[in-house]
Design a protein around this ligand. Structure first.
Ligand code: T1G
Length: 647
């Protein structure tokens, strides 16, 4: 059964692409489109062609699964040109999203119409490449250089309304899209056809424009956005054909790059994450009403995330004052979203109306799921779960947000641990995409499946983690920090280590990040374990905390901070405090430093895999990317290590 079909309505041919799940442009699609263009050109009964797609979206791009293979003719740029040179005007009827190659095909059509909820965009940079079929050449001719730069370097799609305003599409169709597209095509035949996009002029911009755009594109931290900008710049100063050749070569070079391979791996890992094989056919329990115990930073963040996903939330706190504080934190979160233009005032009111608060656990009686986010102390948590056992429905799922305690010590407080689950959110919980899902041995399959379903509802990236200290993410963080301290002991400067990790792609190095979060959190954990008899050698961080240096909050940690200033300044006081621990070994360059630290992360990842705490290396990479700021374009520590082995 061909993915392309054609039927006729009067003198309009309707070409339908049906290539689930997202009508990606595979070799078959490319060949089919060229064949249809040839056929319809010769059909005298056809005056216009409407290109539409079956399923939930227009063409979402070239088939990314083909990227690892050598390109096969007809190449997509040639398909786009073939449609553009068609004797009859083609009208692209866009619903869902026209992305990458899908947007380029639409630009090959003489006209583009879309329904009001459609989106169009050039997300190629998110895959470490640039458009390879005229996205950086036709777009500036269609919508101007500035809009083209924004589309191609940000990778962010625009709405149908924005696309209409910027001339990317010709009409937003109200009502039936296909009928609207056919009517548009027939009306267009009554007027001279506009020039094909490739024949339209492109404006040139001055150096200041390109310098400013370059600074912006460089902030992404990796190559593709800069290459997309460079290709548009080239297109604004050269002929169409020269620009097409330049874009194509850049595309092919980037497609073979390490960054593109890493971003492709992350793309597919993120899509596989919500549907792990281990519970393929298990039906999750519904979750419409969620209870949250504890309105502190984590509890309020989780509440905001649930409300934003359209869930009803019951927030429980020990007293009215604490409850009011929790509610205020949620309000502030949504007020911030209004400021950023992400939410309307009415939208906020609607979300807040789904939030109820109480100090009485009995008000959790109708909840499908309850998430505990109280102080990280075992006795406090066990008390909470004893109360939940008494007040919640027997089929309600009871979850803990613990990040360090053993979930089995919490679940054993329950009569029925099969309904228990660890749901480890990351702060700020309404922003961070990672959700570590930690079952205990008794956790029922449908309860585990419900954790993954909740992640999908909340737009989170779920990763199943086994039970060990720190699960996957915090365990690797501990190893990363320990290795960073070892480098300090070997005489490598704290600031050099942080600079090396920023150079690698992290927003912050390990020491400045710890100063932001506070050195005392990990210190208190170690002290707690030492008090229970664990033998834990004194860390450099311990030495600093014992001398009152807890990080930014105490005016100094690994760095000094001037009052009200968050700029980390190398500290002679720290050098003095740690002098006895430091031996002056060989200096390392930034690559050697980052290599050393990422290898340590990967080594801990290997141990985690061997112990079965993580199900796959890509799960570990998703944890590091979505929970700990590991640069996406490096693929995660496990992918990075394997790539190094391959090179
Ligand atoms: N190729 C192959 N498979 C794709 C795909 C693609 N482009 N896009 C999605 N899939 C698969 C995905 O792996 C998953 O598969 C299923 O579709 C549903 O995806 C020359 C070279 C379109 C917004 O970067 O952003 O064109 O896991 O879970 O949440 O210039 O998918 O079910 O087996 O994400 O509804 C540019 C990528 C390509 C768009 C839908 N295009 N896709 O989101 O579903 S490069 C993109 C998306 C290019 C040209 C260049 C999203 C979506 P499975 P999903 P969704």
């Amino acid at each position: 059964m061909s993915v392309l079909s054609v039927r006729y309505q009067g003198e309009t041919a309707i070409v339908t692409l049906d290539n689930p799940p997202v009508n990606a442009v595979s070799e078959e699609v490319r060949k089919g489109l060229v064949a249809l263009a040839d056929k319809l050109d010769e059909d005298n009964g056809v005056a216009a062609v409407v290109l539409t797609c079956a399923g939930r979206t227009f063409i979402a791009g070239a088939d990314v699964r083909e990227f690892g293979k050598p390109p096969v003719e007809p190449h997509l740029p040639d398909v786009v040109t073939r449609l553009e040179q068609a004797k009859k005007p083609w009208v692209a009827a866009i619903h869902g999203a026209a992305l990458g190659g899908g947007f380029e095909i639409a630009m090959g059509c003489r006209f583009r119409v879309a329904d009001r909820s459609a989106k169009v965009g050039l997300p190629e940079v998110t895959l470490g490449i640039i458009p390879g079929a005229s996205g950086t050449v036709r777009t500036p001719r269609l919508t101007g250089v500035e809009a083209a730069v924004e589309l191609a370097t940000s990778g962010k799609p625009v709405s149908a309304h924005q696309a209409l305003q910027s001339g990317v599409i010709d009409k937003v169709v109200e009502g039936d899209l296909l009928e609207g597209a056919i009517a548009f095509a027939l009306e267009a035949l009554n007027h001279p056809l506009p020039q094909p996009v490739s024949a339209r002029p492109v404006e040139t911009r001055d150096e200041a424009f390109w310098e400013k755009a370059k600074k912006q594109a460089a902030r992404a931290g990796y190559q593709a956005p800069l290459s997309a900008l460079d290709s548009i710049r080239f297109a604004s100063r050269h002929s169409f054909d020269e620009a097409m050749a330049y874009e194509r070569q850049t595309f092919l070079d980037l497609r073979a790059s390490d960054e593109a391979a890493a971003l492709r791996a992350v793309f597919f890992a993120e899509r596989a994450a919500p549907r792990p094989a281990f519970f393929k056919d298990t039906k999750p329990r519904p979750a419409a009403r969620v209870g949250i115990v504890g309105g502190g930073t984590m509890g309020a963040g989780i509440a905001s995330s649930c409300l934003s996903a359209g869930l009803n939330v019951v927030l429980i706190e020990r007293d009215d004052e604490a409850l009011a504080r929790g509610r205020q934190t949620v309000e502030r979160t949504f007020a911030g979203a209004i400021k950023r233009g992400k939410l309307s005032a009415e939208g906020k009111d609607t979300l807040m109306s789904a939030l109820s608060g109480s100090t009485d656990y009995a008000d959790l009686g109708r909840c499908d799921l309850v998430i505990e986010a109280v102080f990280e102390e075992i006795s406090v948590k066990r008390d909470v779960f004893k109360k939940l056992d008494r007040h919640c429905r027997p089929d309600a799922i009871l979850a803990t947000n613990t990040s360090y305690l053993d979930p089995r010590e919490i679940s054993s407080a329950l009569k029925d641990s099969s309904r228990f689950l660890g749901l480890h959110f990351f702060s700020p919980a309404n922003v961070m995409k990672l959700l570590e899902i930690v079952p205990v041995p008794e956790t029922a399959d449908d309860v585990l499946a419900s954790g993954f379903a909740l992640a999908k509802q909340l737009g989170k990236v779920p990763v199943r983690a086994g039970i060990c200290e720190g699960f996957i993410g915090n365990r690797i963080l501990k190893r990363y920090r320990a290795e960073a301290e070892t480098l300090v002991r070997e005489g490598i400067a704290i600031a050099d280590i942080d600079a090396a990790m920023r150079g690698f792609g992290f927003k912050m190095g390990p020491f400045e990040a710890q100063d932001l979060g506070g050195l005392d959190i990990a210190f208190l954990q170690r002290e707690g374990a030492r008090a229970e008899g664990a033998v834990i050698p004194e860390t450099l961080g311990d030495i600093l905390v014992r001398s009152g240096r807890k990080g930014q909050k105490s005016g100094g940690g690994w760095y000094d901070y001037a009052d009200g200033d968050r700029t980390p300044r190398p500290s002679s006081a720290v050098s003095d405090l740690l002098a006895a621990q430091v031996t002056n070994g060989p200096q390392l360059d930034p690559e050697e430093i980052s290599e050393r630290l990422v290898r340590a992360m990967a080594a801990e990842g290997e141990a985690i895999l061997t112990e079965g705490v993580a199900h796959s290396a890509s799960d570990i990479d998703l944890v590091e990317i979505h929970g700990y700021g590991f640069p996406r374009w490096k693929g995660g520590p496990m992918f990075w290590k394997d790539q190094r082995l391959r090179s």
